[in-house]
Write a protein that binds this ligand. Structure first.
Ligand SMILES: *Cc1c(COP(=O)(O)O)cnc(C)c1O
Length: 375
């Protein structure tokens, strides 16, 4: 059996090595390190893949979120509603911009932001909702867009974990997540579903005026060389990362299928055990691209299982062990712990298993057998 890893980027690289090596050599030979033709090519391919008018590449996913919020003109004092159960980057940028983060609970079955909790949190100061398509599963965008329309709010999708997933509306239309709200942000961190070999990110929008604003912000607020119209940042995707992304983008759907296949094998194996709650999903559908395979251990043995798996050489992780509303940086007297029952429960029960595009049957069998023997 091949060595188990949370993410096996080396085996994935072996399949695309020639293309990547040749592309990187070309960048070295042409010295087009930044904003070269490779970056432009990637931008165009991603626009086409997502069916979105504008992709603005940038340096990482955290920047993408920050620049999206800057582009929308959010101001200190504006309230931004986001999920309590997510990676800290989502709330970090809200706080950095002097906006007021409003954390809300999530839904138990999808682990995504709770629509009822959003409704309760909306005030006269609310300006935006930031749904996170957590672990690769599309959030309930129909309900979120309806609420946004009703209350005149912006929707900024944190799509760092779900690039390639489709959201199916009640009317049957499929739309790539990240392109449904006013603006979407993603990350190309190596372990993400579309990962480069360093840092990278992008912002998406169908709004021409917003796209123009964003293109200036990523480049020091310049719309004309050395004319700085707004305060911007320096956030660029480099050409070597674009080479990697150009090689991987055409494979993203195949990668998604490989992830769903592994998730189904896990789900099938664990269906016999009543102490495990697996992520329900439609294998034929594509609203979940399994950035992470996160299941729940409901008999109180989660931490013991974690230690046991580590002993057996099976990598696993807890995403996320501590709710954001109790983190030192984000705790606030406004938050009442009793308002976050689901996040609190999930933090105590979740465990993430190895999930990547190269998982083999004998690896999954070993992982599932070891877990079933223990739980
Ligand atoms: C990874 C991630 C980010 C940040 O992306 P970076 O490229 O690491 O800055 C933001 N939000 C979520 C939900 C993420 O998983």
């Amino acid at each position: 059996m091949k060595k188990l890893q949370m993410v096996d980027l080396k085996s994935q690289y072996e399949h695309i090595k020639e293309e990547i090596n040749a592309g990187i050599q070309e960048v070295l030979d042409t010295t087009t390190y930044i904003n070269g033709p490779k970056v432009h090519e990637f931008q165009k391919s991603l626009e086409q893949y997502l069916g979105v008018k504008h992709v603005i590449p940038c340096a990482n996913g955290t920047d993408a979120l920050q620049i999206a919020m800057m582009g929308l003109g959010l101001k200190p004092g504006d309230e931004v509603i986001t999920a309590d159960f997510t990676f800290a980057a989502t709330v970090e940028v809200v706080a950095l911009l002097g906006l007021t983060p409003v954390l809300v609970d999530v839904e138990e079955d999808t682990m995504n932001i709770s629509i009822n909790a959003i409704k309760k949190a909306i005030t006269a100061k609310t300006k935006a909702i930031v749904p996170v398509h957590l672990f690769g599963r599309a959030a309930n965008m129909d309900a979120i867009m309806d609420l946004a329309k009703e209350h005149n709010l912006f929707v900024i999708e944190d799509n760092a974990q779900a690039i390639g997933a489709n959201y199916t509306s009640a009317n049957g239309t499929k739309t790539k997540v990240g392109t449904i709200g006013h603006v979407g942000a993603t990350s190309f961190f190596p372990s993400k579903n579309l990962g480069c070999y360093g840092d990278g990110g992008a912002i998406f929008t169908n709004d021409d005026a917003l796209a123009h604003t964003l293109r200036g912000i990523v480049n020091h607020g310049m719309y004309e060389r050395y004319h700085h119209d707004v305060v911007g940042v320096n956030s660029r995707l480099d050409s070597i990362q674009a080479v990697v992304l150009n090689a991987k983008l055409p494979k993203l759907d195949t990668y998604g299928q490989a992830r769903r296949k592994a998730a189904k094998a896990y789900n099938d194996a664990f269906s016999v055990n009543e102490n495990i709650i697996t992520p329900a999903f439609d294998f034929e559908g594509d609203d979940h691209v399994f950035h992470q395979y996160v299941m729940r251990i409901t008999n109180g043995k989660r931490d013991a299982l974690l230690a046991h798996l580590q002993e057996k050489g099976i990598p696993c992780a807890i995403y996320y062990p501590i709710p954001l509303h109790v983190q030192k940086a984000y705790a606030d007297v406004r938050y009442n712990d009793a308002d976050f029952p689901i996040t609190n429960k999930l933090c105590a029960e979740v465990i993430a298993l190895p999930m990547h595009t190269e998982l083999e049957k004998d690896q999954i069998d070993f992982i599932t057998t070891t877990i079933l023997n223990f739980v």
